[in-house]
Design a protein around this ligand. Structure first.
Ligand code: HEM
Length: 482
């Protein structure tokens, strides 16, 4: 192995890394020990703010490849060419717990994919469950406050078994469908390699003729879906809090390829009001018999990060990172998400966070943003504005490719709930689709949590479960002696 020697950050050789610079062999230590000061000052700053949600995660690199061109539906360049392998980076995460929390607690799991495309980065920031607790982003800070540690005690750190969680949930009937998913064994996946992923929100695909269609994304793990039961999940949280992180890392380190298929559901925009639910409501799924899954391509994860901090901690995924051919729907949760992520990332990582290697597009970035903390761009010349004549008009606006989608919007300006809420029908269908064993696990998982909370809140939860399915409500109420 090539001999290397230690240096300071300025590149100056370090000849003694064991002893501080002192007066005599005991001290005191001198302020002029710049080597010590640099080392300690760096160490003092080695933590950045953790993500406000999804703080604990694991990442992997790999590639994505389409099976067949998606040209009829979208002009997105990375979805056109079956021969091409596109680099991706994925981060899986738990949601509620802080950075040091256990992997196997009941929680949704984040499933965030960064596609490094020739038209810039596309981020598909999804979860392992197909629906969400709420449908309007304005409720998200309250929801997360209620789920995370209490403001006075900081208890609990990563668990739903407490009054505040259920207080919020029981007053939020649209969460009932999500609760049926979360308290089934899907809330404790056995491996990040054995979980599905869902975009949850509805996006819009636009083709070169400007024709638009609604789209929902699904990831299917090649290994199939496998979950832990509550007892095993609890045991693992004690003996191996990094169980899911280790499982992903070790599989890839052994040379195993971790594979998922990307499927989409498409819906004609003209059909959006023909359903008995609002298709842009993220507390709902689209029935697969009416909107069948269409296979799009595969993703293979085959390389572990080498520096967790640089690649995983500093990774910044954002649902607003879209590319031509993909647009946002009017889904109110998605609309709020498009603001929140980059905003928090400017705070968490600094204004030039997209220059970090893990976040940087593989295509050149060319705009006039030359300043801001930690600027590392290579620029020259005196022109940092557009339009200009002094730099020959460069850099110019890019030409539009294809016909842009043009659509009309009209309506009164209002703060109002959507009118087709239908909050319990899909919760009921989901519950009834379970096997006997899955239904028993759901009831058992709910009771294990609800037994710790106050009676009036228990009663409100039962009321919502009963509206979903009277038998489910009765089973849970019976065991709680309500
Ligand atoms: C209004 C609703 C939501 C808001 C305001 C919101 C906000 C946030 C914020 C601020 C972060 C931290 C980002 C960072 O520091 O890099 C985050 C992370 C994340 N969110 Fe959301 N979120 C919402 C709903 C959702 C939904 C519905 C999903 C799933 C479809 C989701 C999936 C994720 C994932 C996977 C991460 C972690 C990304 C990573 O691995 O770095 N979120 N969210």
């Amino acid at each position: 192995m090539k001999k290397r020697h230690l240096t300071t950050n300025q590149g100056v050789p370090v000849t003694d890394n064991q002893n501080s610079l002192t007066v005599g062999e005991r001290g005191p230590v001198l302020l002029q020990d710049v080597q010590f000061i640099e080392k300690m000052a760096h160490f003092d700053r080695e933590r950045i703010p953790e993500r406000v949600v999804h703080a604990k995660g694991a990442g992997a690199h790999g590639y994505f490849q389409v099976y067949k061109s998606m040209k009829p539906y979208t002009k997105a360049k990375f979805l056109q060419e079956p021969k091409k392998k596109l680099p991706v980076f994925v981060r899986f995460s738990t949601v509620v717990g802080g950075r040091g929390s256990a992997d196997t607690v009941r929680d949704p799991r984040g499933f965030a994919v960064k596609f490094y495309t020739e038209d810039g980065n596309y981020d598909l920031v999804g979860n392992n469950l197909p629906v969400f607790f709420i449908r309007d982003a304005i409720k998200f800070p309250d929801m997360v406050h209620a789920f995370k540690g209490a403001p006075d005690t900081n208890i609990p750190s990563a668990s739903s078994a407490h009054n505040r969680f259920w207080d919020f949930i029981s007053l939020t009937p649209e969460s009932t469908h999500m609760i049926i998913w979360l308290f089934s064994d899907r809330g404790t996946p056995k491996s990040y390699r054995m979980q599905e992923g869902f975009g949850v929100n509805t996006y819009v695909w636009v083709n070169a003729e400007g024709r638009a269609v609604y789209v929902k994304y699904h990831w299917k793990p090649k290994l199939g879906v496998q979950n832990l039961d509550r007892h095993e999940a609890t045991r693992l949280a004690g003996i191996d809090p990094d169980y899911l992180t280790r499982d992903l890392h070790d599989a890839i380190a052994k040379g195993e390829e971790v594979e998922y298929e990307l499927d989409v559901q498409l819906m004609d925009i003209a059909d959006e009001f023909k359903q008995n639910f609002d298709p842009l409501d993220p507390t709902k799924t689209w029935p697969e018999d009416k909107s069948p899954l269409m296979p799009v391509g595969k993703m293979v994860l085959n390389r572990n990060p080498e520096n967790f901090f640089a690649e995983v901690e500093q990774a910044a995924f954002c649902p607003a990172s879209i590319v031509p051919g993909i647009e946002f729907s009017a889904d109110k949760l998605l609309q709020g998400r498009t603001f929140s992520y980059a905003d928090t990332q400017r705070h968490r990582l600094g204004p030039n966070y997209l220059q970090l290697p893990i976040n940087r597009p593989i295509v050149p970035v060319d705009n006039n943003q030359r300043d801001g903390a930690m600027q590392i761009g290579q620029f020259s010349g005196s022109v940092n504005y557009e339009p200009n004549s002094l730099a020959g008009g460069m850099s110019k606006e890019a030409p539009e490719e294809g016909t842009p989608r043009v659509y009309q919007l009209e309506g009164e300006v209002t703060r109002r709930k959507i009118s087709i809420t239908n909050d319990f029908a899909q919760a009921r269908e989901r519950y009834r689709s379970f096997s006997k064993m899955d239904q028993e696990h759901l009831v058992d998982n709910l009771i294990a949590d609800l037994m710790h909370i106050d009676k009036p809140i228990q009663q409100r939860v039962i009321d919502n479960l009963t509206k979903a399915d009277p038998e489910l409500g009765r089973s849970v109420a019976g065991d709680l002696k309500l």
